[in-house]
Design a protein around this ligand. Structure first.
Ligand code: CTP
Ligand code: MG
Length: 230
């Protein structure tokens, strides 16, 4: 089995409202992109990392990361699934000849992921169905209609999906292509795999593995990174 990581970093970060992509915002002297990729580069069992960049990216080439021997790049698309597919194509080129290639897909906007959780995902993911880091809900879950609560759902049935998500290279390529062709917007790899009839294993992650989405998330990410460094 060979392992690769794909890190989609081609988004525009519109909800951050910074006028530039959030993956290049700095926290503790490193960009979110560098924080998000570092644990994968630290793990020797991962053959390489493919970063998926926006076509008009003007910042990546300035980072020391761009000269790392195990880092490769691809050009992303308009939707996240297209960006991931572009990254998977580069993985396929570099892993030709290997039969069992598995890929960890991780958001460039999740800078606080713990190395030990990546390893646990590798160990606990299902050989056929793959897996993802996720957390059970703690809040009570409401169904809303016109801002009114019309039903309370059984919270034990719901988990929040995080990344990384681990799947077989060719199965994931096929599933993402099918979702794109069907015009369905998938916001994570697992949803494309579910459409293909797969039931990925939910591997319990951590609260600290947040996705930086809104401006206030930066302070929270800073808090978790400070704790990691201790
Ligand atoms: N992403 C990507 N290609 C896209 C859209 C998103 O590579 N066409 C990446 C982002 O760079 C990010 C991850 O997918 O690392 C998760 O997406 P999200 O948090 O939605 O980031 P953005 O799309 O950049 O933010 P926003 O939705 O607020 O514009
Ligand atoms: Mg987005």
């Amino acid at each position: 089995t060979r392992y690769w990581a794909v890190v989609p970093a081609a988004g525009g970060g519109t909800r951050m409202n910074l006028g530039r992509p959030k993956q290049y915002v700095e926290l503790r002297a490193r960009t979110l992109l560098e924080w998000s990729v570092a644990p994968f580069l630290d793990l020797g069992w991962i053959d390489g990392v493919v970063l998926v960049l926006a076509r008009n990216d003007g910042e990546y080439a300035r980072l020391p990361l761009s000269r790392h021997p195990r880092v490769h790049t691809a050009i992303g698309g308009a939707a996240r699934a297209e960006s991931v597919l572009a990254g998977l194509a580069v993985v396929a080129e570099h892993s030709r000849g290997f039969r069992d290639v598995r890929v960890l897909v991780h958001d460039a906007a999740r800078p606080c992921v713990a190395r030990s959780d990546i390893e646990r995902l590798r160990d606990e993911a299902d050989e056929r169905h793959g897996g993802l880091l996720a957390l059970p809900l703690t809040d009570t879950l409401k169904r809303s209609q016109h801002n009114r609560s019309v039903e309370t759902l059984d919270r034990r049935e719901f988990w929040r999906a995080q990344t990384p998500q681990l799947f077989g290279l060719e199965a994931l390529r096929a599933a993402l292509r099918e979702s794109i062709d069907a015009g369905i917007e998938v916001t994570d790899e697992a949803s494309a795999m579910e459409r293909a009839g797969v039931q990925p294993r939910l591997v319990r992650g951590r609260e600290s593995n947040i996705k930086v989405t809104f401006p206030e998330d930066l302070r929270l990410a800073d808090f978790w990174l400070a704790r990691q460094e201790q």
